[in-house]
Design a binder for this molecule. Sequence first.
Ligand SMILES: [Zn+2]
Length: 184
Amino acid sequence: MAPDTLTTCSSPKDPLATPRKKAFCPFCGGSLSRRFVEGRDRLYCEACATPLYENPVPASCVVVVDNEERLLLIKRNVPPKVGMWCLPGGFMELSESPEEAAVRELREEAGIAGRIETLLGVTTNPNPDYGTVLLMGYLVRSWTGSPVAGDDADEARFFPLDDLPEIAFRSHRHFIRNYLLIRS
Ligand SMILES: [Zn+2]
């Protein structure tokens, strides 16, 4: 691969970078152009004669509270928002349900085995790699274990709900607010 080709990959590590753009068809490897299709300007593969539809990527996260009404947060060590606190969560894998993804991410990122109680909401967040992330937020009040930082986290611990650090994502703040509304 020519050096020029290597340097054209936009860095996903820079949270201030403009959203990454797809350059090649994932099916045939041909160059992508743009075409107005079905009401939108879309990426288009001339060789496949088909638009490349781009859609939000689904992810799940969890509001985990203990019996002292404290909230579990993790300190991020991967972009975006390295060093900030957020809810445990992550992207769904293929063939996984949103609930399964939430429980798995909770175990991987915070070492907690939890049971989902209810859905707190569904919302979207902009993302430099995927354009838009579709987030499901779940409540977990029944769980076992003690917080241990795992994948994607430098720390995992409980904070009093009235003394939270700044939360990295608007969507996560939305789920925390929804929990505060339903808990009473
Ligand atoms: Zn193609």
